[in-house]
Design a protein around this ligand. Structure first.
Ligand code: FES
Length: 357
């Protein structure tokens, strides 16, 4: 157990070199990053997590955008995100038009909770378009490290839009008894209905589902699984909200960690034990501060990005105690039921809380 005194928290972003840019389809590119050797520990990740990239902007100086990692933490040596152009999407178009080998991009460490609990678990994955990205990481990790069987339903406009088409074929051929890939092409069959997806899902309905794609697709999958009687707790969706603020800019304007609470506030504090990075930190958590503020004030490194409840980077679990959130933000019903809270929105209620990141 580590009890820490107040100190300045270290900077969390890293300047990574682009080692390769891969044309995946006409509208999608993968960007492979080399993280500085002294920061690799901060950039270890779980399958299904995402990176936050700093993207230059003439009007705002820079903006932050989140992209899922398509690489597998076990079988791939490098970090790779895959970006598909979206109509009027500033970040995706800027990256596809401007990034090339040798460029330096500022990154925040991997975040997110869209990760299966075990690689031995059987999975039903649902992807549409670039929604394949975190699912590709999840399926590679499951096949590489566990015994779980994976069924992937992958919807695209047409055959030319399929990202990782060849790699999926190779994996399916290598793992014929563990991986099934079902393509749905709208050019051939139009947009899928909930009834059609329910028929596809029936043989796999006892598995946990992981969905990533446009909101309409995710809603259709949820309807399909509900029609099969699958509880919401077994259907997990990856939701990216646009960040209103710029977490990189916030850090630049915050050279010092927040001050510990004033003495009067100290009367209204909770003792918090926070498990993060394999350590347990014991801190005073003033009821006037959210958990991100309290951890920074005590010099404890805490994962955060937007500080607005929108990105999910600071998601953690309340193991013991009671906290209230100003805004539940990106957390859905299932996340809340599972005990997740957002540290940037959470304030304590009782005398003691135990939190796990
Ligand atoms: Fe983005 Fe808390 S930092 S949700």
């Amino acid at each position: 157990m580590t009890t820490v005194a107040a100190r300045v928290a270290p900077p969390r972003s890293a300047s990574a070199r682009v080692s390769r840019v891969i044309d995946e389809t006409r509208h999608a590119k993968s960007i492979v990053f080399e993280v500085p050797a002294d920061r690799t520990h901060d950039f270890t990740y779980r399958p299904g997590q995402f990176l936050t990239l700093r993207i230059p902007s003439d009007t705002a100086g820079s903006v932050a955008r989140c992209y899922s990692l398509a690489s597998c933490p076990v079988s791939d040596d490098e970090l790779m995100v895959t970006v598909k152009r979206t109509a009027n999407g500033y970040g995706s178009n800027w990256l596809c038009d401007n990034v090339s080998e040798g460029d330096i991009v500022d990154l925040l460490p991997p975040s997110g909770v869209f990760t299966p609990t075990s690689a031995d678990e059987d999975l039903l994955l649902w992807g549409a378009g670039s929604g394949i990205t975190p699912l590709f990481s999840i399926l590679k990790s499951t096949l590489a490290t566990g015994s779980g069987q994976v069924a992937l339903v992958y919807a695209n406009n047409d055959a030319d839009s399929i990202i990782f088409d060849e790699q999926l074929r190779v994996l399916a051929a290598r793992h014929p008894n563990r991986l099934v890939v079902i393509h749905w092409l709208e050019s051939v069959r139009e947009r899928p209905t909930a009834d059609q997806l329910a028929r596809l899902a029936e043989p796999f309905a006892d598995r946990h589902s992981y969905i990533c794609g446009p909101a309409g697709f995710m809603a259709t999958v949820r309807d399909a699984m509900a029609s099969l009687g699958v509880p919401r707790s077994r259907v997990h969706a990856e939701v990216f909200a646009s960040l209103r603020g710029d977490p990189f800019a916030q850090r630049a304007s915050e050279p010092h960690a927040p001050e510990p609470a004033a003495e009067s506030d100290a009367l209204a504090t909770t003792t918090a034990q926070v498990d993060t990075d394999g350590d347990t930190h014991t801190i005073d958590w003033p009821r006037s501060q959210n958990l991100v503020e309290a951890m920074l004030a005590h010099g404890v490194d805490v994962p955060f990005s937007c500080r607005e409840g929108q990105c999910g980077t600071c998601a953690c679990v309340v193991v013991d105690g009671d906290v209230t959130m100003t805004d539940t933000g990106v957390l859905d019903e299932d996340d809340l039921e599972a005990g997740y809270v957002l540290a940037c929105q959470a304030r304590p209620n009782g005398d003691f809380a135990r939190i796990r990141f």
